[in-house]
Design a protein around this ligand. Structure first.
Ligand code: UFG
Length: 326
């Protein structure tokens, strides 16, 4: 299939692009490189452009005879979104509407959308796709709003869509060539690994008084290549005029302290840890109920445990201590 990947030079986008190329798809990456990395994808598939550039976007879809869009491009930091709602709503919502209009104008009838577990209300139980929602940060609300935009375009104009709600994307390509490189980095696993790399004195644990077995927050860490494989399956299953929504997670949760202990085991060193105050907006527990993805799309994660995920991340960060710049 001829696929346009917006934000395809980012962490999750580039993993999906590699997976799609390996499976014979014809992929064009449309990325303004504000967050993405040129080095994470083959140079001949990149169109450097912004989603706000309507004419360029439309021309790219026409010239490349695009049949489906995977929409990864977005700003992703929950805390930052509270400080900068203007940028988050413009980059995530307004630009998504432009994308949908360009798709309509060029008769591109299918979209996959990167949404997030942050749309759910916190829950003790694994979250299934119909669990109550409470997108309480501008970031989470922007994702929720775009889900709704897509659903309404589907109802009114016959767009085919799949919404994928990611839990905690993590890990790196097993050869250590591609991995996570956010600036600034806010995610737990790369920050933990910065301690043994000598880039950080200690890892701060944001609160140990949550209502969880060890008092620290529980998340569902899902390897980025397993996320990518879910995209490959979902694009094949997406049909014009129809829509589906899936959680992508393993269904297993690990606490912050478990992540640190696992990293210590992988790197063979103790990791200095300091308990600090809670971070605003964190839920105690976010774990996926991901049965729908398994039963309907036959998806199965290859990385079944946290140790394998952290091992792959460690290989990447050791090889590339300054990200794609090194
Ligand atoms: N944490 C620390 N110390 C740190 C960094 C993180 O204790 O230095 C804790 C957080 O408080 C949280 C856990 O580690 O409990 C995971 O935090 P991340 O920042 O790695 O990930 P989040 O769960 O906050 O958010 C991620 C994505 C969001 C997405 C969300 C959905 O960054 O885009 O998952 O679950 F919306």
């Amino acid at each position: 299939m001829r696929i346009l990947a917006t934000g395809g030079a980012g962490y999750v986008g580039s993993a999906a692009v590699r997976c799609l190329l390996a499976n014979g798809h014809d992929v064009t990456v449309y990325d303004n490189l504000s967050k993405g990395h040129r080095q994470s994808i083959p140079s001949n598939i990149l169109v450097e452009g912004d989603l706000a550039e309507r004419e360029k976007l439309t021309a790219t879809m026409k010239d490349r005879q695009i049949e489906a869009v995977m929409h990864f491009a977005s700003w992703i930091a929950v805390g930052e979104s509270v400080e900068m709602p203007r940028e988050y709503y413009r980059n995530n919502i307004v630009n998504s509407q432009t994308l949908l209009e360009c798709m309509q104008d060029t008769q591109v009838g299918k979209i996959l959308f990167s949404s997030t577990a942050a749309v759910y209300a916190p829950s003790e139980e694994p979250l299934n796709e119909d669990s109550p929602k409470n997108p309480d940060s501008p970031y989470a609300f922007s994702k929720f709003a775009v889900e709704r935009l897509i659903q309404d375009f589907s109802r009114a104009y016959g767009l085919g869509y799949t919404i994928l709600r990611y839990f905690n994307a993590s890990g790196a390509d097993p050869e250590g060539k591609f991995g996570e490189a956010h600036e600034p980095e806010t995610h737990l696993i790369p920050l933990v690994l910065q301690v043994p790399l000598g880039k950080r004195k200690e890892i701060y644990v944001f609160g140990d008084n949550y209502d969880t077995p060890d008092g620290t927050c529980i998340r569902d860490y899902i390897h980025v290549d397993d996320l990518a494989d879910a995209h490959r399956r979902a694009i094949d299953a997406t049909e014009s005029g129809k829509g589906a929504t899936y959680n992508i997670g393993t269904g297993k949760g690990n606490s912050v302290l478990e992540v640190i202990r696992t990293a210590e085991k992988v790197v063979g060193k103790e990791i200095a840890t300091k308990i600090v105050d809670r971070r605003a907006g964190d839920s105690a527990r976010l774990v996926a109920g991901a049965e729908r993805l398994r039963t309907e799309l036959g998806w199965q994660p290859k990385y079944e445990n946290l140790e394998q995920i952290v091992e792959s991340a460690w290989k990447w960060h050791q090889n590339h201590p300054r990200g794609y710049g090194s």
